[in-house]
Ligand binder design. Structure first.
Ligand code: 5AD
Ligand code: SF4
Length: 492
């Protein structure tokens, strides 16, 4: 596997780049070419201003967006921009948006007002909007009409074109809008930065074929496309040689990984192959659709020690009647059976879930079924959402939308139960000595560090920053609700 950075450097110092009058047709070479042009431009601007050029990325939504943002940051860094979190001092700002629920959209429109005022003070500021929200025609229409100060708008299918789009904007001078309605291929080998040097997300598939009736994701992220296993493994090997010990395999539905490949491969098989990569010590994955979670995967989780004993298994509702309307394609009984098989195979497995409250037509009885599932499974933690109507999805036109006050009451009851379960599950580990991956110096006390157990629980304990990135044994001495205080166990 080539080292992307090295390949970019080689390309930019070669005659190919110097002599090219027009950009290469093939990817990723084409983007390296634009990174090269941007690098010259950044350099000229730096000389004129007598300072570096700064870029800031704001990410909304899920792990897929977080990974896309790292890819864009990789391009910006290769082009010579310096990353910053301070929006006031930036030269380029990106909003990577989410549209899974209405409030995510509202927040972006709110931020646009603020960006307008920033741009008035700093007219050279470049503003880029991308992500799921931009895949909706009505959003792009509104930005074109009412937010003329935005510079670049692109979607989820052409993130790889980021360098080219920035170049188009600075060389063309007007708003650049480039939205694709689907992806024609997966572009490999572009640069990506990492928030943490010791852990990283790795995309294994893009898009979703499930069309759950409330969900906008299949419309904005397109049909499911799996990455070739050799590309995934090459990336994991490269990350491992770069010091990464924990990886998170990412897909909208990892359990259906590989079904669309010319030579199909199961997700369990992919996990086995990834497990063989030396240097990788922990493997996580997200998200699992219950309908596609095979016994083969359960067995693989039980057999592979590097696979974390944590599974995020969204249930969405405990009522078989609502699950059918949601087009989830499993019943309450099938879900509970899956949970029993998981707990039998991996006894200390930590389970987390997503639940939607107030789906159209949800009655008190339906809601009580959800409460029953939460009680029976006793999740380690739950992400609870109030149903949000997404235009264009089948659920948006279903009758019997549930009144707000009823939803609020159910939501509060659910939160209380979820809290009880989490507290019970968290407390179980008191006194144990567990491996903890140290992630950062504690926010509140610089003599402490914060790390994660393999079940994803946080532990704070006294130690120095040199442990960051290492997996060390920690005794859990005090449970504080949803996290632990511990002490480092020194090996004899
Ligand atoms: N309303 C509320 N929650 C939603 N989710 C997806 N679509 C909606 C919606 N329209 C939740 C689901 C999913 C999580 C990522 O977001 O629970 O698992
Ligand atoms: Fe949305 Fe369902 Fe696909 Fe998840 S599986 S992204 S909830 S359509």
């Amino acid at each position: 596997m080539m080292d992307t950075r090295q390949v970019i450097e080689e390309y930019l110092s070669s005659d190919d780049f110097r002599l090219a009058l027009s950009p290469p047709e093939s990817e990723p070479l084409r983007q390296y070419y634009f990174i090269g042009l941007l690098r010259r431009w950044v350099h000229t601007r730096e000389e004129a201003l007598g300072r570096s050029l700064y870029a800031c990325t704001n990410t909304f939504g899920c792990q897929m967006n977080a990974r896309d943002s790292e890819k864009m940051e990789g391009v910006l860094t290769a082009a010579g921009f310096v990353p910053t979190e301070k929006e006031e001092e930036v030269d380029l700002i990106i909003y990577n948006t989410c549209t899974v629920r209405e409030n995510a959209n509202t927040r972006v429109y709110g931020r646009l007002g603020y960006l307008n005022s920033l741009k008035k003070k700093h007219p050279d500021l470049l503003i880029a909007l991308c992500g799921c929200m931009m895949q909706e025609a009505h959003v792009v229409e509104k930005i074109r009409k009412s937010y003329r100060f935005v510079d670049i708008v692109f979607g989820t299918h052409n993130v790889h074109k980021f360098a080219e789009l920035i170049w188009e904007r600075i060389s063309g001078g007007c708003m650049v809008v480039d939205i694709w309605d689907r992806a024609d291929r997966i572009v490999e080998d572009l640069p990506a930065s990492r928030k943490y040097f010791f852990k990283s997300g790795v995309n294994i598939s893009f898009g979703c074929n499930n069309f759950c009736s409330y969900c906008i994701v299949p419309y904005v992220r397109g049909r499911e496309r799996s990455r070739a296993p050799e590309d995934i493994l090459a990336e994991v090997r490269r990350l491992a040689s770069d010091g990464v010990v924990e990886i998170m395999l990412l897909g909208q539905n990892v359990n259906s990984y590989g079904k669309d490949l010319a030579e199909p491969m199961s997700f369990a098989e992919l996990l086995r192959r990834v497990s063989e990569v030396e240097g990788i010590e922990r493997i996580r994955f997200m998200t699992s659709h219950p309908k596609d979670l095979s016994q083969e995967l359960i067995d693989a989780m039980a057999a592979l020690p590097k696979v974390c004993r944590h599974l995020h298994l969204p249930v969405q509702s405990g009522s078989s009647r609502i699950l059918e309307k949601m087009n989830r394609r499993y019943t309450k009984e099938q879900y509970l059976d899956l949970v029993h098989r998981l707990k039998a195979a991996v006894p200390d497995i930590s389970l987390t879930t997503d639940i939607i409250v107030g789906f159209p037509g949800e009655t008190e009885e339906d809601f009580l079924e959800t409460m029953d599932v939460v009680r029976q499974v006793c999740y380690d933690s739950c992400y609870t959402f109030i149903y949000s109507k997404r235009t264009g999805t089948p659920a948006a036109s279903m009758p019997d939308q549930v009144p707000e006050d009823v939803i609020k009451d159910r939501f509060d009851r659910l939160l209380a139960l979820v809290g009880e379960c989490s507290a019970k599950r968290t407390a179980m580990h008191l006194g144990e000595t567990v491996p903890v991956l140290v992630e950062e110096v504690n926010d509140h006390d610089s003599h402490m560090v914060t790390g994660r157990m393999d079940n994803n629980l946080l532990v704070h304990f006294p130690a120095g920053s040199r442990l960051i990135g290492q997996i060390v044994p920690v005794r859990l001495t005090e449970c504080r609700g949803f996290y632990y205080i511990g002490e480092l166990v020194l090996e004899k």
